[in-house]
Design a protein around this ligand. Structure first.
Ligand code: SF4
Length: 347
């Protein structure tokens, strides 16, 4: 599910409207939204929405949500912000979309502004928290502190909107301990949704210059997968949906270095099954006979079959089983594992 709203069991249609860098007080070292698109003018929103909806499968059976991405929505100058809200609000009133969401910075949220967003038809506000370690935030030149994120999360929750949080494992100055603390503190903010975007070096950014000068070393893919698996397991345990892990594939994205992979989310979940299978192998030995949900079979087998090649199990599936779960056929409690049971083996 994406976007925080669901009807008819179908995922919502999320219609992205890019407001690239609008409202941003400066450039964070890892960011260059101009590689993706120019900001969309408010008057173009109705056309973008109708074209997007026309290209979707079953759009009338699904919730339809406008999503303002790529800038700091609540920091947009008042006159322009009014125009965005007016255009999007009209589409909500007309029933063409069911709601609006946006991403923004933690230091640009006030109760008054969120109340206004809610009246206009907002259903969710997503905050770019990135890290809860002030040293990491400073090294990334975010210009806000972890306590800003705590206040922003409270304001979003108090407003009645759903709370989304974005984190970026692997920013400068982050080690495993700092990352675990970020997860602990983010879990305590009780987000409804989280996105985990491991930091990659985008060409032309300040982070690229730091990387070229040897002042920043990005995570390797293996470490990024481990950190995201740890986060995924912790958030899932709290009932918080992890909507995405890893940057979406894009022809415009120019990666200079770092843990980018087009199927990053799959790698994370496959690693989860690898760890769970390894634990079961230690407990039971021999050739394991495993059962999973049918939707989890490819994750159990692993990327390029590396899990099944390493452990040599046989498997079957049962749709009554939950996702992110594996059991040894016929075994009792010790033969059942969920991701939350393997936290100590991940990081
Ligand atoms: S990360 Fe967010 S706040 Fe920073 S420059 Fe990019 S869009 Fe703006």
């Amino acid at each position: 599910m994406q976007g925080g709203v669901e009807i008819s069991g179908l995922s919502p249609v999320v219609i992205p409207v890019f407001v690239s860098h609008l409202g941003c007080p400066h450039r964070c070292i890892f960011c260059d939204q101009t590689q993706f698109s120019e900001p969309v003018a408010p008057e173009r929103i109705p056309g973008i929405v109708s074209t997007f909806i026309a290209g979707c499968r079953d759009p009338h059976l699904r919730k339809r949500i406008i999503a303002f991405y790529g800038g700091s929505f609540t920091g947009i100058t008042p006159g322009l912000l009014d125009r965005y809200l007016a255009e999007a609000g009209r589409l909500v009133e007309a029933g063409i979309v069911h709601g609006i969401k946006a991403s923004t910075r933690p230091d640009m949220i006030t109760p008054e502004l969120l109340a206004r967003c809610r009246r206009t038809g907002f259903v969710e506000m997503e905050i770019g928290v990135q890290s809860m370690d002030d040293r990491v935030l400073e090294a990334s030149r975010r210009g806000h502190s972890a306590s800003d994120a705590v206040s922003a999360a409270r304001i979003v929750r108090d407003s009645g909107l759903e709370l989304g949080i974005q984190l970026m494992p692997g920013l400068p100055g982050e080690d495993r301990e700092s990352f675990r603390r970020t997860i602990d503190e983010t879990v305590s903010l009780r987000p409804d949704h989280v996105r985990l975007y491991p930091a990659v070096v985008v060409k032309g950014t300040e982070m690229d210059r730091m990387y070229q000068a040897g002042a920043y070393v990005p995570l390797d893919l293996d470490e990024a997968v481990r950190r995201c698996l740890y986060g995924y397991a912790r958030f899932s345990r709290q009932g918080c949906t992890v909507l995405r892990m890893g940057l979406p594939p894009s022809r415009s994205l120019q990666v200079a270095a770092g843990p980018y992979h087009p199927a990053f989310g799959f790698l994370v979940k496959a690693r989860g099954y690898r760890v769970m299978t390894g634990v079961l192998k230690q407990r039971f030995g021999g050739e394991l006979d495993l059962e999973v949900h049918p939707g989890s079979v490819s994750e159990l087998i692993g990327y390029r079959k590396e899990n099944i090649d390493e452990f040599g199990f046989i498997y079957s599936f049962d749709e009554r089983l939950p996702r992110d779960y594996v059991q040894v056929r016929g075994a009792v409690e010790r033969g059942c594992l969920q991701l939350k049971d393997i936290l100590e083996y991940i990081l």
